[in-house]
Design a protein around this ligand. Structure first.
Ligand SMILES: [Fe+2]
Length: 114
Protein backbone atom coordinates (compact mmCIF):
# COMPACT_ATOMS: atom_id res chain seq x y z
CA UNK A 1 0.00 0.00 0.00
CA UNK A 2 1.29 3.42 -0.89
CA UNK A 3 2.72 5.67 1.79
CA UNK A 4 1.63 9.22 0.99
CA UNK A 5 3.33 11.00 3.90
CA UNK A 6 6.71 10.94 2.15
CA UNK A 7 6.65 11.24 -1.66
CA UNK A 8 10.22 9.93 -1.88
CA UNK A 9 9.67 6.68 0.05
CA UNK A 10 10.20 4.49 -3.02
CA UNK A 11 13.29 6.31 -4.29
CA UNK A 12 16.55 4.35 -4.37
CA UNK A 13 19.80 6.33 -4.14
CA UNK A 14 21.80 4.00 -6.41
CA UNK A 15 21.41 1.47 -9.18
CA UNK A 16 20.35 -1.84 -7.67
CA UNK A 17 21.83 -5.29 -8.16
CA UNK A 18 20.04 -7.99 -10.11
CA UNK A 19 19.15 -9.76 -6.86
CA UNK A 20 17.65 -6.55 -5.48
CA UNK A 21 15.77 -6.02 -8.72
CA UNK A 22 14.27 -9.51 -8.40
CA UNK A 23 13.17 -8.65 -4.86
CA UNK A 24 11.69 -5.39 -6.09
CA UNK A 25 9.72 -7.19 -8.81
CA UNK A 26 8.33 -9.59 -6.18
CA UNK A 27 7.19 -6.56 -4.18
CA UNK A 28 5.62 -5.12 -7.32
CA UNK A 29 3.70 -8.37 -7.84
CA UNK A 30 2.51 -8.25 -4.23
CA UNK A 31 1.31 -4.68 -4.81
CA UNK A 32 -0.65 -5.72 -7.90
CA UNK A 33 -2.26 -8.62 -6.01
CA UNK A 34 -3.18 -6.27 -3.18
CA UNK A 35 -4.78 -3.88 -5.68
CA UNK A 36 -6.81 -6.75 -7.18
CA UNK A 37 -8.00 -7.72 -3.69
CA UNK A 38 -8.99 -4.15 -2.84
CA UNK A 39 -10.84 -3.52 -6.14
CA UNK A 40 -12.70 -6.81 -5.67
CA UNK A 41 -13.69 -5.80 -2.14
CA UNK A 42 -15.04 -2.49 -3.41
CA UNK A 43 -16.95 -4.22 -6.23
CA UNK A 44 -18.54 -6.58 -3.71
CA UNK A 45 -19.42 -3.67 -1.42
CA UNK A 46 -21.56 -1.73 -3.92
CA UNK A 47 -24.74 -2.33 -5.89
CA UNK A 48 -23.91 0.44 -8.38
CA UNK A 49 -23.53 -1.51 -11.64
CA UNK A 50 -21.57 1.20 -13.46
CA UNK A 51 -19.08 1.43 -10.59
CA UNK A 52 -18.75 -2.35 -10.60
CA UNK A 53 -18.03 -2.24 -14.34
CA UNK A 54 -15.34 0.45 -14.06
CA UNK A 55 -13.65 -1.10 -11.03
CA UNK A 56 -13.83 -4.54 -12.65
CA UNK A 57 -12.06 -3.18 -15.72
CA UNK A 58 -9.33 -1.62 -13.59
CA UNK A 59 -9.01 -4.82 -11.53
CA UNK A 60 -8.55 -6.85 -14.70
CA UNK A 61 -5.82 -4.47 -15.87
CA UNK A 62 -4.03 -5.19 -12.58
CA UNK A 63 -4.29 -8.90 -13.37
CA UNK A 64 -2.57 -8.23 -16.70
CA UNK A 65 0.16 -6.40 -14.77
CA UNK A 66 0.66 -9.53 -12.63
CA UNK A 67 1.17 -11.51 -15.83
CA UNK A 68 3.67 -8.97 -17.14
CA UNK A 69 5.60 -8.93 -13.88
CA UNK A 70 5.61 -12.73 -13.59
CA UNK A 71 7.00 -12.93 -17.11
CA UNK A 72 9.65 -10.38 -16.18
CA UNK A 73 10.49 -12.38 -13.04
CA UNK A 74 10.89 -15.56 -15.10
CA UNK A 75 13.26 -13.66 -17.41
CA UNK A 76 15.31 -12.24 -14.54
CA UNK A 77 15.42 -15.48 -12.52
CA UNK A 78 15.19 -18.61 -14.70
CA UNK A 79 15.87 -20.81 -11.64
CA UNK A 80 12.76 -19.42 -9.93
CA UNK A 81 10.86 -20.03 -13.18
CA UNK A 82 11.76 -23.71 -12.83
CA UNK A 83 10.08 -23.73 -9.40
CA UNK A 84 6.96 -22.11 -10.87
CA UNK A 85 6.90 -24.82 -13.51
CA UNK A 86 7.20 -27.50 -10.81
CA UNK A 87 4.05 -26.09 -9.22
CA UNK A 88 2.22 -26.12 -12.55
CA UNK A 89 3.21 -29.75 -13.08
CA UNK A 90 2.13 -30.80 -9.56
CA UNK A 91 -1.32 -29.26 -9.95
CA UNK A 92 -1.60 -30.71 -13.47
CA UNK A 93 -1.07 -34.17 -12.02
CA UNK A 94 -3.58 -33.54 -9.23
CA UNK A 95 -6.18 -32.40 -11.77
CA UNK A 96 -5.86 -35.62 -13.75
CA UNK A 97 -6.86 -37.85 -10.81
CA UNK A 98 -10.48 -36.65 -10.51
CA UNK A 99 -10.58 -36.12 -14.28
CA UNK A 100 -10.64 -32.35 -14.21
CA UNK A 101 -10.36 -31.16 -17.80
CA UNK A 102 -8.64 -27.84 -17.24
CA UNK A 103 -5.33 -26.43 -18.33
CA UNK A 104 -3.51 -25.26 -15.18
CA UNK A 105 -2.33 -22.27 -17.21
CA UNK A 106 -5.96 -21.34 -17.94
CA UNK A 107 -7.30 -18.09 -16.65
CA UNK A 108 -10.50 -17.95 -14.63
CA UNK A 109 -12.13 -16.26 -17.62
CA UNK A 110 -11.14 -19.01 -20.02
CA UNK A 111 -12.41 -21.67 -17.60
CA UNK A 112 -15.80 -19.97 -17.50
CA UNK A 113 -16.03 -20.18 -21.31
CA UNK A 114 -15.22 -23.92 -21.37
FE1 LIG B 1 -1.04 -2.30 -11.82
Amino acid sequence: MAVFGNPFTANVERKITKEELIQAIRMDIAGELEAIYIYDAHIQATDDEFTKKVLGDIRDEEKAHVGELMTLLRYLDPKEAEHFEEGVQEVSEMMQEPGIQANPRSTVGSLLKE
